[in-house]
Ligand binder design. Structure first.
Ligand SMILES: [Zn+2]
Length: 507
């Protein structure tokens, strides 16, 4: 007010008055058709939905800035990928570093030599693990591992089928720690994802045949020709692992989403291209709206040859086998795989420890895709089918569909290691948590439920979550819903069904 008492300041009154009338005038001219009040509400919702809560580390990874520089060559004639992985581990958590050697269906990774900070060391290698002594805990260790990985001629995760090379978990990967000790590599079963990794940065250089195209977890930074071979180089920060799918014979389409994500789809059979494009566009749009934008600016959805793994996910890559289109629920599984871009790539889990966490979210996301594309009735019908299978103890596993399970006393919050068959695993890790999210949605209402998922997603992008983070996000949005989440995660199956059956039979 002191300002306006001066004579000079009085000159400002006409200016203020004209600004005021201009604002009112613009307010009338630019008024949105739904009115300013509704617009302001929507803007606030949009603001809330795209703003993360204060981020904090959710757990302590082995080291937040582990760097991989891998220089390798794919030898097609010998079915082998070999090279040197140079892994820098700042603040080494132990005086011995443990690396997982994941390939398990063929021959193990062969370790030829290990240097630590430039000097050769005596290492121990088994088919599962590589143990490398480093100078001292707490110091930076640069570990150079010369490795050679045989690639089976098979449609396995690491394998070659019909000229398509699936290079996944193909190099030594630093182990994950818990309570001050290394967690041994999870023992693999013929189903699910027996994997543990922490986030790291990657620079990968690969020598390969010239006619290869690649779909990779990282961004391509260069591609040159050297002595008749192509050399491609990719980079990425904050990846759980670096996967590469290469070969020839794909039809490819790309587009940029409104959020700036370059989406690439690739099919073996050109007739599938329009259908996959429609599916992927709808899925990306739905998940971005429901959860938030992807954490990375690129994402590939790749059809693999017949006889490869049914459907599986890697950082920034969703893969499915060509024959999935012949399955009645193939669309569901492709949408499920695409959802792993949100729930595995962007917001990660220690898969082998909490498989229900990303699988439940990816599967529920696929139901949201179904709802967005085919309407609420289609969603309700899908939930009714899920509930009937769940109540009747029938599995939704792709290769054991409809098989009876015997899990009456089992809960959902279990690690991969507890399972011995695919039917039980899918029933408890996919079907039960997908129904949990539906039940939470019914009890919380859409605004709170999606606020919860968005807050959980946006807060935890590019980090690794546990159950505690899910509970924390739910508590902040709707603490009254927490007992329902705990019921679904912890109650013996028989008791859970008794508790919730009226909620599904009389929705
Ligand atoms: Zn999945």
């Amino acid at each position: 007010m002191a300002l306006l008492r001066s004579k000079k300041a009085l000159m400002l009154y006409p200016l203020i008055l004209s600004l005021f009338t201009t604002t009112i005038g613009l307010g009338i001219i630019l008024k949105p058709k739904e009115g300013w009040t509704v617009w302001a509400g929507q803007a606030w919702e949009a603001f809330k939905g795209t703003t993360a809560m204060t981020a904090k580390p959710v757990n302590t990874p082995t080291s937040p800035t582990v760097e991989y520089r891998v220089d390798a060559e794919l030898e097609v004639a010998n079915s082998n990928i070999h090279g040197v992985a140079s892994i820098t581990v700042p603040n080494s958590p132990d005086d011995t570093l443990l690396f997982y050697l994941y390939p398990s269906t063929h021959k193990p990774i062969e370790i030829k030599q290990v240097l630590v900070n430039g000097g050769a060391v005596r290492f121990q290698a088994t088919p599962d693990h590589l143990l490398v002594p480093v100078k001292a805990k707490g110091e930076t260790a640069n570990v150079q591992i010369q490795f050679s990985t045989p690639i089976p001629a098979a449609g396995t995760r690491l394998g070659q089928q019909n000229g398509v090379w699936s290079l996944t978990y193909w190099y030594p990967i630093l182990g994950v720690r818990d309570k001050g000790a290394w967690i041994p590599r999870p023992h693999p079963h013929p189903f699910g994802d027996p994997f543990l990794m922490d986030l790291s940065s990657y620079q990968v250089r690969l020598k390969h045949p010239q006619d290869f195209v690649w779909f990779a977890s990282g961004a391509l930074v260069s591609s040159t020709i050297e002595n008749g071979m192509a050399v491609s180089e990719w980079k990425a920060d904050s990846l759980r692992s670096f996967a590469l799918i290469g070969g020839s014979g794909w039809d490819v389409a790309t587009w940029r989403s409104p959020e700036g994500v370059d989406v690439k789809i690739a099919v073996r059979n050109p007739r599938h291209l329009p259908e996959l494009k429609t599916l992927a566009e709808a899925a990306v749009k739905t998940y971005t709206k429901r959860f938030g934008a992807l954490a990375y600016p690129y994402y590939s959805v790749v059809e693999m040859p017949t006889g490869t793994v049914f459907a599986h996910e890697y950082p920034n890559l969703a893969l499915f086998s060509q024959e999935i289109w012949n399955w009645t629920n193939g669309e569901h599984w492709i949408a499920h795989e695409i959802a792993h871009g949100w729930w595995f790539s962007s917001v990660g889990t220690h898969k082998a420890l909490d498989p229900w966490l990303d699988e439940g979210l990816a599967d529920y996301a696929s139901l949201l895709y179904n709802e967005a594309k085919y309407g609420r009735d289609a969603y309700n019908e899908a939930i009714a089918r899920y509930w009937t299978m769940f109540r009747d103890g029938k599995s939704n596993a792709p290769h054991s569909f409809g098989r009876s399970v015997n899990v009456q006393d089992e809960s959902a919050d279990q690690p991969y290691a507890n399972f011995s068959n695919e039917a039980d695993y899918y029933y408890l890790m996919y079907l039960r948590p997908a129904l949990m999210y539906h039940d939470l949605r019914m009890s919380m209402g859409d605004p709170k439920f999606f606020d919860f998922l968005q807050q959980f997603y946006l807060k935890n992008r590019k980090s690794t979550v546990t159950r505690a983070d899910l509970e924390e996000s739910l508590s902040k949005v709707d603490p009254h819903a927490l007992p329902r989440l705990k019921l679904w995660l912890d109650a013996p199956n028989k008791e859970l069904i008794e508790h919730v059956k009226t909620r599904f039979t009389n929705p």
